[in-house]
Unconditional design. Structure first.
Length: 564
């Protein structure tokens, strides 16, 4: 039974609570015992136009409940779309695989682009409207008792509040009724329609823009047409007359903040500002989002800006070809964030499973390695970081999975810091490798670098010898490379006892191969999650001590060198 079917069959608060994985008494307490005035924290934020937006942020208990409801309704919405074979929505706001980018793409390279804003979008969806929708809508048809509870969880002051996790999905569900009317009007007038939250966009290549949608008031002003206004008002919304605009092909056309003339792009001013912020960061370790602001910007804020520009400009490039300007800028930023300006020693592993092994081992051996890990009031406190090599990280830096990607990273590292003038490199970056055949090229690269560094142990005779994998090596800047295991042909998994490696999971044996027989074998990921992580308090991690000893020594030596 699907989530939507379960919701439709729910007849009481008690059953609805179980669907949200709550105790009925907990929901009752949140809804009926906590005073209404204590459920939200209210404050105002400035919009881009200087106006203020009222935010009503729910308290922690209510926010969690709203998030559970939002997750449930999102699943129901996806089921409805899949059932009707509609993977793409007319609404591009607050949905997976939808964004202002997918919204803008629908209006690219058009003669006219007309934008309409809805007045007080969330506040216009009131308590009664939410109840009515979930009772009357054919996809839901919920019992009045359940629809009422949903409205009680979602609404505040008789409206959907800005700041609630479930306001976006409920506004999308109710807004979909508006979308149907809008797209029908658009088809009649040979226009393309889309919506992002309260922003409605119509575009066309017709010589004359249809008067049903917009009327030219004077040379520069356009107003919503009667037919459009009538349809919007029928659905319980209203047009914000101050925010209607028409853009012609001969000028800069915008849809949800993006340029849509010939290709989707950001404003030049926005990109230049991001570039300037990066320049200041790389030069002095700080930057400001606004010139008049006294508060410094954060890496998280700047990464959000750069990541957004990167997504808009679609900077994918062919391997070995010069990256685009935004890719090059993003690459510098990632090097700065992850390797130059770090606040703890950083461990870089070949894969996610290695990180799980090391974290579990360190938790058990914490008393012996207090330099690497400890406990605080908040729980476990790692004094080292582990690099999460995300999809975006791999794409921007053009690095592959495993040792191949780490070799690319190593080769980039020497020149990766040349743009930074600040006080970084306070802590070491440590690459932890297996000692198998796959690391052969990295071993050769280390030897090459040792020779370039004129290391006394790296003469021609030594070059012909195998690298001492019991040692660790300083490569460049704060980068160090070490091997998890001394013996040739061995992997980090060999640090576990044979008994652990022979553990059966659902009658299957552990295999380290990339391609496995799923009927008889299970992968490294399952081994890490279901064998190591699930049994970390019982497993013997003594074999990991040499790994942590090397890590500890690298940190100690680097700290001593830095303090001189």
């Amino acid at each position: 039974m699907t989530k939507l079917e379960k919701l439709q069959k729910t007849t009481s608060l008690s059953k609805f609570a179980k669907l949200l994985n709550y105790q009925p008494k907990t929901i009752s307490y949140i809804l009926y015992k906590i005073p209404e005035e204590d459920k939200y924290n209210q404050f105002e934020i400035f919009k881009k136009n200087g106006e203020k937006r009222k935010i009503q942020a729910p308290i922690k208990k209510l926010k969690l409940l709203q998030r559970r409801l939002a997750n449930l309704l999102n699943e129901c919405f996806d089921e409805i779309c899949n059932k009707n074979k509609k993977t793409k929505s007319l609404s591009h706001g607050f949905r997976k695989k939808h964004s202002i980018i997918t919204n803008a793409k629908k209006h690219k390279n058009r003669r006219y682009v007309f934008n309409v804003d809805l007045q007080n979008f969330f506040p216009s969806i009131n308590f009664g409207r939410v109840i009515g929708f979930f009772i009357k809508n054919n996809h839901f048809s919920l019992k009045p008792e359940v629809a009422t509870v949903i409205a009680q969880i979602a609404c505040h002051d008789n409206a959907l509040p800005q700041g609630s996790p479930c306001s976006p999905i409920i506004s999308n569900l109710i807004g979909h009724l508006l979308d149907i009317r809008m797209v029908n009007l658009a088809k009649k007038t040979k226009c393309t329609y889309s919506r992002y939250a309260d922003d409605l966009t119509f575009s066309t290549n017709k010589k004359e823009f249809p008067e049903k949608i917009a009327i030219k008031k004077n040379e520069s002003d356009w107003v919503a047409g009667r037919a459009l206004t009538k349809e919007i008002e029928k659905m319980g919304f209203s047009v914000n007359a101050k925010k209607t605009s028409m853009q012609y092909r001969t000028s800069r056309q915008m849809a949800t903040g993006l340029i849509v003339n010939k290709k989707i792009n950001v404003k030049k001013e926005y990109y230049k500002k991001a570039r300037a912020m990066c320049h200041n960061l790389f030069k002095s370790d700080n930057f400001y989002i606004d010139k008049n602001s006294e508060k410094e910007g954060t890496l998280k804020q700047l990464e959000g800006i750069i990541s957004f520009i990167y997504q808009v400009k679609s900077p994918h490039y062919i391997e070995n070809k010069k990256p685009t300007a935004i890719t090059a800028l993003y690459r510098k930023f990632l090097f700065y964030k992850h390797f130059f300006s770090i606040d703890k020693p950083l461990i870089v592993c070949e894969g996610k499973t290695d990180i799980i092994y090391l974290k579990c081992a360190l938790k058990q051996l914490e008393n012996e390695y207090k330099e690497l890990m400890g406990k605080s009031d908040k729980g476990i406190n790692f004094k080292i970081k582990f690099l999460n090599i995300s999809k975006n990280f791999k794409e921007v830096l053009n690095v592959a999975e495993g040792t191949t990607g780490l070799l690319s990273l190593i080769n980039m590292y020497k020149d990766g810091f040349k743009h930074f003038k600040g006080k970084g490199k306070k802590y070491p970056v440590i690459i932890v490798l297996d000692n198998d055949k796959a690391t052969g090229k990295i071993k050769s690269r280390i030897q090459e670098q040792l020779k370039l560094n004129n290391d006394k142990t790296a003469d021609k005779k030594k070059q012909k010898q195998k690298l001492d994998t019991n040692k660790y090596y300083h490569f460049a800047h704060n980068l160090h490379i070490m091997f998890a295991i001394k013996e040739d042909g061995k992997e980090i998994e060999d640090l576990f006892d044979k008994e652990v490696l022979d553990t059966n999971v659902e009658g299957k044996k552990f295999s380290r191969k990339d391609k496995i027989d799923t009927k008889q074998e299970y992968s490294k990921t399952i081994f890490a999650e279901k064998v190591i992580k699930a049994n970390q308090t019982k497993i013997n991690f003594e074999g990991f001590k040499p790994v942590f000893n090397k890590v500890k020594n690298i940190i100690k030596e680097y700290s001593k060198k830095n303090s001189q």
